[in-house]
Write a protein that binds this ligand. Structure first.
Ligand code: SF4
Ligand code: SF4
Length: 420
């Protein structure tokens, strides 16, 4: 942990009102100031690194709302990842959790081919109704509530994955103004491939040649957020290797959580003599899709979509991690036919936060309940959001509330408008 970052905290408490977990309990240790104080005490050897600290860091969403509010610019993202890495190194989790982490973080998320094979099996079992039958069967009584929840939250896989929808090189109809790389993600690759296709369509409409390597590694965000630094570094190296960085004007991410991590490969690989320089070049070219569209003064659609009310939920790692707040709204506002309605607390976490909804079900559900109420209050037909985790969480919450509000990405609506 970089001690100088911990020292930057001046204990002012400006971050407290923005912290969702502090809001849930009103306890100092459940807020950013308390967590930073614990980190400092452990670094000073005034406190041992115990399991209680691990639980505290597991309770933190990593949403980075505190970082946005902090007048001292404390890099909480860095502290959070370092703290989780220390916990992972020094504490021993129960064997079932270790086995699960090895299976998912250590294998599935490190092998794009395994992820696609898993996606294909899931897609078939979901399409044939087998998955639903298992979820509804007495077999579920044999697993714990947490596993039942995990199984129930499996996203619906798409029939075609990204490499089946997107060619490795796609060129615009007219003159090429830019050449960009397209990140397809891991879960996004199999469960949200149509968002990737929509992103490529939007880029082509804006005179971008799009390079999309057919096989891409997970960006490593999930490893970094869960304290698995070695795997995060390996994923970063593989991702860098997949793209011809020097030939690209930008590398496009369309998922808030991934984008936030992808911008910090330079820091992650700073001590890697082979990759440090390329990682710095990489960081300089990573762009969120909305940010890129606004930067290049994207073509505004002229055809109208059917009239509909649209609201916008901000992914934490897009608004707090990448400070991208106005651009997705600019994209939505450019689409004829949409009436944009504002969402109360649009930048407060929905409780998804990677695996948080599985590891901290009560806190996650409490945050989701508030989010869904705010969504219902808008009376919107559509909620736009740009992170697969948020998409999944909002769909679950709206479904449970009996709402038919559509959840989709801003870029999906823009692609629909271009096609209209
Ligand atoms: S990351 Fe989110 S949950 Fe964690 S301390 Fe900061 S505001 Fe609170
Ligand atoms: S706002 Fe920043 S400086 Fe103030 S207590 Fe929170 S983290 Fe520390």
């Amino acid at each position: 942990m970089d001690y100088s970052v911990v020292q930057q905290c001046m204990h002012c408490g400006m971050c407290l009102p923005t912290c969702p977990t502090y809001g849930l309990t009103n306890r100092e240790r459940h807020g950013p100031r308390g967590r930073i104080a614990l980190m400092r005490a452990i670094a000073d050897k005034a406190l041992p690194l115990e399991q209680a600290f691990g639980h505290e860091m597991d309770f933190c969403l990593g949403c980075l709302a505190c970082q946005s509010a902090c007048p001292a610019d404390v890099d909480y993202a860095q502290l959070f990842e370092a703290a989780r890495a220390s916990v992972q190194e020094q504490s021993r989790r129960p064997w079932l959790i270790r086995a699960y982490r090895r299976l998912t973080l250590g294998w599935l998320f490190r092998s794009p081919r395994a992820m696609r094979a898993f996606g294909r099996v899931m897609e078939r079992t979901q399409r044939w109704g087998l998955f639903e039958a298992v979820v509804a069967s007495p077999l579920m009584g044999l697993v714990s509530k947490k596993w039942e929840r995990l199984i129930g939250m499996t996203p619906t896989m798409e029939r075609a994955f990204s490499h089946q929808l997107i060619a490795e090189v796609e060129r615009p109809k007219g003159k090429t103004r830019y050449r960009v790389g397209m990140l397809t993600g891991c879960i996004q690759d199999i469960a949200y491939a149509s968002i990737n296709r929509a992103t490529v369509d939007v880029l082509l409409e804006n005179d971008c040649e799009v390079i999309t390597p057919a096989v891409q590694s997970c960006c490593g965000s999930i490893h970094g957020h869960n304290g698995e630094v070695a795997w995060a570094k390996e994923s970063a190296r593989k991702t860098i290797d997949a793209f011809p960085i020097e030939r690209l004007d930008a590398i496009i991410s369309n998922a808030g959580g991934c984008g936030s991590h992808l911008r910090h490969y330079g820091r992650l690989l700073a001590q890697d003599s082979e990759y440090a320089e390329r990682a710095r070049q990489w960081d300089a070219k990573v762009r969120d899709i909305h940010e890129w569209l606004v930067d290049i003064d994207f073509r505004k659609p002229t055809a109208s979509l059917p009239s509909q009310r649209v609201t916008y939920h901000e992914s934490c790692h897009l608004c707090h991690g990448q400070r991208i707040t106005s651009q997705p709204r600019t994209v939505l506002a450019s689409i004829p036919g949409l009436e944009i309605v504002s969402l109360t607390e649009s930048n407060v976490c929905c409780g998804s936060a990677g695996v948080y909804s599985i590891t901290q079900p009560e806190a996650s559900d409490a945050l989701l309940k508030t989010k869904v109420q705010h969504l219902l209050d808008t009376d919107a037909d559509v909620v736009a959001t740009s992170n697969p985790g948020c998409d999944l969480q909002l769909k679950r919450g709206l479904d449970e509330a009996g709402s038919s509000m559509r959840v989709c990405a801003p870029v999906t609506l823009l692609a629909e408008a271009y096609r209209a």
